[in-house]
Design a protein around this ligand. Structure first.
Ligand SMILES: [Zn+2]
Length: 383
């Protein structure tokens, strides 16, 4: 299968000719209706046309016409008959599992690039990886392109788009403003790869993409901060179901906020950043040589520091949950419990609005699944 054969033509994507509704409704309203229907099917799964009308507030006629368009485009599919109930049996609709696929790439790892082909429902069709071999700059972009092409050749349906989660400060247009350890500066990565591949490519910061993955596929709540605490500390935000990039693409970059004026020297050259407390190496150093009781006290103390740093963020954004990716043996347990208690003590909240602090669900796959979600949100408005 050549690259071109695997791609939908613009005409095939748009379906054939304008429907009656298209002639009446302005394009933005049609697009809004499509997004409402797709968003519901993505999150709720199998739904009848009648239930879609109830859930979206659209008329039955509008839902029927929108569904016909989406079926024609291969974005949704029909499933058997709904049993039970009193009305006449209805065919159920769901996001398509075979009409289109997504290529998702994780550029986070220093040693290897990871990628996958996924269905529109986030099921992995195939996975692949490629050693980085020390490549940076333009050489690394070539490797990313090679991995994408290898995955496209393994896809079994047309590719809706390519999503990439990459480290660094990345603008809304997919330009990598700065990713110093990748040798990328003011690199229009999304535009370059879109031109080379002839498929829409979306690029966003890996931490923000991971947060999107947890929201879309990891059963996280609607408003979350997702913190990665490994060698460094970064975080991504999803608020009310939307990925947040911020004014300069650096939303969620809390690792280098000063939390202790007398703290340790940080990799960034300043002192007392959150990273000097919460990075894996910092925690291991803090408990080195301690017995279990001492270590529990130390981890609880780190949890208090972390909870204190996060409370104003959680309050300002009215977060539901704060999720952590990082070493489970250090984070899961007393550290996160202590952080959650500290948040509760320092915020004006009720039991229902208590901010939950927990380990993230998707682990190492969060960036891949988030990159797939990035494609769904940029191409279909679904997240
Ligand atoms: Zn720092």
């Amino acid at each position: 299968m050549s690259l071109n054969e695997s791609l939908p033509t613009p005409d095939a994507r748009l379906g054939s000719g304008p429907s009656a509704e298209e002639r009446v409704l302005p394009a933005h309203q049609r697009s809004h209706n499509r997004t409402l229907v797709l968003q519901h099917l993505f999150h709720e799964g199998l739904t009848s046309r009648a239930d879609l009308a109830r859930a979206t507030g659209l008329t039955r006629v509008t839902v029927a016409e929108t569904a016909t368009d989406l079926l024609g485009e291969g974005l949704i599919e029909e499933h058997g008959v709904q049993r039970g109930g009193t009305g006449k049996p209805a065919l159920l609709l769901a996001m398509s599992t075979h009409g289109f696929q997504i290529v998702a790439i994780d550029v986070t790892g220093a040693e290897e690039l990871r990628g996958a082909v996924l269905t529109l429902r986030g099921m992995m069709v195939t996975e692949a990886s490629m050693p980085v071999d020390g490549a940076t700059g333009a050489d690394l972009v070539d490797k990313v392109e090679d991995l994408i092409r290898a995955l496209i050749s393994q896809a079994t349906a047309a590719i809706l788009g390519v999503g990439i989660g990459a480290p660094g400060i990345i603008g809304a247009d997919g330009t990598v403003h700065e990713a110093s350890n990748r040798g990328w500066s003011e690199l229009p990565l999304a535009e370059d790869l879109t031109d080379r591949l002839g498929i829409p490519v979306s690029v966003a910061n890996d931490a923000n993409v991971a947060a999107l993955g947890e929201y879309s596929f990891g059963e996280a709540a609607d408003s979350i901060l997702c913190i990665a605490a490994w060698q460094g500390v970064g975080a991504g935000l999803v608020i009310e179901g939307k990925r947040i990039d911020g004014a300069h693409g650096a939303a969620g970059e809390i690792g280098h906020v000063t939390i202790d004026d007398d703290g340790a020297l940080c990799a960034c050259g300043r002192y007392g950043c959150l990273e000097t407390v919460l990075a894996e190496g910092a925690i291991r150093e803090a408990i080195a040589g301690q017995n279990e009781t001492q270590a529990v006290t130390t981890l609880a103390g780190i949890g208090v520091t972390v909870g204190t740093a996060l409370a104003p963020i959680a309050a300002a954004l009215n977060l539901d949950e704060i999720l952590f990716n990082g070493p489970e043996d250090l984070l899961d347990g007393v550290l996160l419990e202590s952080a959650e208690d500290t948040l509760a003590h320092r915020m004006l909240i009720t039991d229902e609005s208590r901010v939950r602090v927990r380990m993230a669900n998707l682990g190492a796959d969060s960036v891949i699944l988030g990159a797939a979600s990035l494609v769904l949100s940029t191409q279909l408005g679904v997240s």
